[in-house]
Design a protein around this ligand. Structure first.
Ligand SMILES: C[S@@+](CC[C@H](N)C(=O)[O-])C[C@H]1O[C@@H](n2cnc3c(N)ncnc32)[C@H](O)[C@@H]1O
Length: 211
């Protein structure tokens, strides 16, 4: 099936049903009642760090709307590893027919073990929709630590959030982010971007931008 068909309005409605069902079972973890808007998925996937990446991790792909947008922009020889802790949503993301995609039903905190299992020492970008505001502090710290270790030097961390709790956990590791507002999404949210700088000099201005 082509990307246009997989991103069609009927596919969007199917994803919306999956998300709504998952939200009714676990509203705190799922944290949204409808899939990400095209404005959000494009703001993420059209960044140069995604287009040029060899390996990308997506944390919390939900029903796969962001996943499809990422795959549409990524190189033909690239890899996308999506980690989703809701079994039904992981199954929904697995419906995407693309040999570059690996879907793991698991916890984002286990990112390093998952990458090791697949033979990837580090990745070029991590995209996260995980609701950090809903996580216990320990769990959030563990995920940020895993993201930091998983990124290759120069790698990018992109987190779309409707609250700013992620900053409490990410600032000590990554320094200040660049921030883009995405008003046309339900709910409206912020897209935070960080770059892992090897020598710990923090350079938020060098975070990847839309092309
Ligand atoms: C805001 S939704 C993402 C929506 C997605 N972008 C879409 O368009 O369908 C957040 C997702 O993160 C997942 N999630 C929450 N905590 C997680 C964790 N610790 N590990 C992996 N996935 C998690 C939820 O199950 C949910 O699917």
């Amino acid at each position: 099936m082509s990307y246009a068909m997989q991103r069609s309005s009927s596919s969007y409605l199917r994803r919306a049903c999956w998300i709504l069902k998952a939200w009714m079972q676990d509203p705190t973890q799922v944290a949204t009642i409808c899939p990400s808007s095209p404005y959000l998925t494009e703001a993420i996937s059209e960044r140069e760090c995604i287009r040029s990446a060899t390996t990308v991790v997506e944390l919390g792909p939900g029903a796969g709307g962001t996943t499809l947008a990422l795959l549409e922009q990524m190189k033909p020889d690239s890899r996308l590893i999506a980690i989703e802790n809701n079994a039904a949503l992981a199954e929904a993301t697995r419906e995407i027919a693309d040999p570059r995609l690996i879907v793991e039903h698991g916890d984002a905190a286990d990112l390093m073990q998952i990458l090791e299992h697949h033979g990837y020492p580090c990745v070029d970008a991590v995209v996260s929709g995980i609701p950090f505001s809903a996580l216990p502090d320990m769990a959030a710290k563990k995920i940020i630590r895993a993201v930091y270790h998983a990124l290759c030097p120069g790698g990018q961390f992109l987190a779309y959030q409707f609250r700013d709790s992620v900053l409490d956990f990410a600032l000590p590791a990554f320094g200040p982010p660049t921030t883009q507002s995405i008003p046309l999404n339900l709910p409206p949210l912020q897209l935070y971007s960080w770059k892992k700088v090897e020598n710990k000099q923090r350079a938020p201005q060098s975070v990847c931008i839309n092309t």
